[in-house]
Design a protein around this ligand. Structure first.
Ligand SMILES: CC(=O)N[C@H]1[C@@H](OP(=O)(O)OP(=O)(O)OC[C@H]2O[C@@H](n3ccc(=O)[nH]c3=O)[C@H](O)[C@@H]2O)O[C@H](CO)[C@@H](O)[C@@H]1O
Ligand SMILES: C=C(OP(=O)(O)O)C(=O)O
Length: 427
């Protein structure tokens, strides 16, 4: 199994190309199920989750081809074509590897009138139920049965029909499934309290490019006018705001200056506001944004919230950064009940962190020390990489497969800006 070995203490300088967003591409790929024409996605990131989603689509009879970017640059192109859906079952073996698999439920149901998808279950960061996805589909007329660890959804005769979906809480995944189902339903669907994440906007724009009719894009009230069929399209995946935020933390924790090419200040919203509060300079450039730490890092308070609030997917990376800030920071995680798995590992590197319920107090320390560490999820793993970049001595991050789910060529990008980082294979 591969490991990432980091010898810390180097200041990072230079530019990093931001890849296509994992959390966008995983909701754009299932859109291919909505049409028998080809869907071409540009700016495709090279991630394990993209490969897994490709296999899932192949299992439904979707053909997928991927072309590499010219000249070894980032950004590949995938064309997926679902001219004949051969199976509407998403099996446990794939769904358990990647929660985003649940996103085939809405489109399969809308196009084929039925879908059987393994229940994703909990994961390291928390319970992660899907009741809101199912209630949304029921509002469009679907019948839902749960049996043997699978959810079986069936559309009424004549297909899904528009309805009113009023989410009691903001759910990114449930909004995505509802959207992909509603675009082919008969009549009008209104989604109240919809998630407003930039990745939802990306999904809406791709669906519109395929012929869907959606009003209120980017707002908490989405109105979808169902159409009889969608057509193929070519669409570019948005840049990954969480990858950009993670590398911004790398500049901040090492005291360097990084240009994040392709990143957009607009999408980063609350991440940028919190970076600035912590004493990190962030400015737009012609190609993206520039991040620089001028003086000492300052302690800040951060509470995770749905967009436009501070994203849960950046909590672990900010925690790593704040272990070296002056003063005590208070982090509060409101989205997932168990998203502090990185705390014991950061503590082993010398961080001073106390968790009480949903909050964590991070008292800044003068320095961190390298150690062998491992994490149980993607962003927790990135927080250990960040700590390792700033720590004295060597840090070995185990279970690299978590990082490979969401960070394209991490060690290549970081070593190009001066980090002493390598991937080592155990053989
Ligand atoms: C609002 C939010 O920040 N969502 C995050 C969530 O999206 P993801 O789509 O995985 O999760 P949701 O947005 O659906 O979950 C938000 C909250 O709603 C709850 N819930 C969700 C669905 C449901 O059917 N029933 C239910 O109770 C969840 O337990 C959670 O507390 O994890 C992703 C991966 O880390 C992040 O990229 C998203 O930003
Ligand atoms: C937890 C994440 O992803 P997933 O929902 O795919 O596990 C993430 O992107 O931080």
């Amino acid at each position: 199994m591969d490991k990432i070995v980091i010898r810390g203490g180097r200041t990072l300088n230079g530019s990093i190309q931001i890849s296509g967003a994992k959390n966008a591409v995983l909701t754009l790929m299932p859109c291919a199920l909505l049409t028998d024409e080809p869907l071409t996605l540009r700016n495709l990131p090279r991630l394990a989750d993209v490969d897994t989603f490709g296999h899932l689509l192949n299992g439904h009879g979707v053909s997928t081809t991927i072309e590499g970017a010219r000249g070894g640059e980032f950004g590949r192109v995938m064309t997926a074509r679902a001219n004949n859906i051969s199976s509407t079952v998403a099996p446990y073996d794939i769904v358990r590897k990647m929660r985003a698999s649940i996103l085939v439920l809405g489109p399969l149901l809308a196009r084929e009138g039925e879908a059987t998808v393994s229940l994703p279950g909990g994961c390291a960061i928390g319970n992660r139920p899907i009741d809101l996805h199912l209630k949304a589909l029921e509002a469009l007329g679907a019948e839902i049965e749960l049996a043997a660890g699978y959810v079986k959804a069936t559309a009424p005769k004549g297909g899904l029909r528009g309805g009113r979906i009023d989410f009691p809480m903001v759910s990114v995944g449930a909004t995505e499934n509802a959207l992909m189902a509603a675009v082919l339903a008969k009549g009008e669907t209104v989604i109240e309290n919809a998630a407003r994440e930039p990745e939802i906007v990306d999904l809406c724009r791709c669906l519109v490019a395929m012929g869907a009719k959606i009003d209120g894009i980017g707002s908490e009230r989405l109105t979808i006018h169902g159409v009889d069929r969608l057509h193929g399209a070519t669409y570019a995946v948005m840049p990954d705001r969480i990858e950009a935020g993670s590398y911004a933390c790398a500049a901040a924790i090492t005291g360097g200056e990084l240009e994040l090419v392709g990143a957009s200040l607009d999408d980063l919203g609350a991440i940028v506001a919190s970076l600035r509060e912590a004493g990190v300079e962030v400015e737009p450039t012609a190609k993206g944004i520039k991040v620089r730490r001028a003086g000492e890092l300052r302690a800040i308070n951060v509470t995770t919230q749905p967009y436009p609030g501070f994203p849960t997917d950046m909590q672990a990376q900010f925690m790593a950064m704040l272990t070296l800030a002056e003063g005590a920071s208070l982090l509060t995680e409101t989205i997932f009940e168990n998203r502090y798995m990185h705390v014991p590992e950061l503590s082993r590197m010398g961080a001073d962190i106390t968790v009480r319920g949903r909050s964590a107090v991070v008292k800044g320390v003068k320095s961190l020390v390298g150690a062998p560490v491992m994490a149980t999820d993607l962003r927790a793993s990135m927080s250990l990489v960040l700590a390792g970049l700033a720590a004295n001595g060597e840090t070995v991050v185990n279970r690299v497969y978590h990082l490979d789910r969401g960070y394209e060529r991490l060690e290549e990008k970081l070593s190009a800006v001066g980090a002493d980082i390598e991937r080592v294979s155990d053989g």
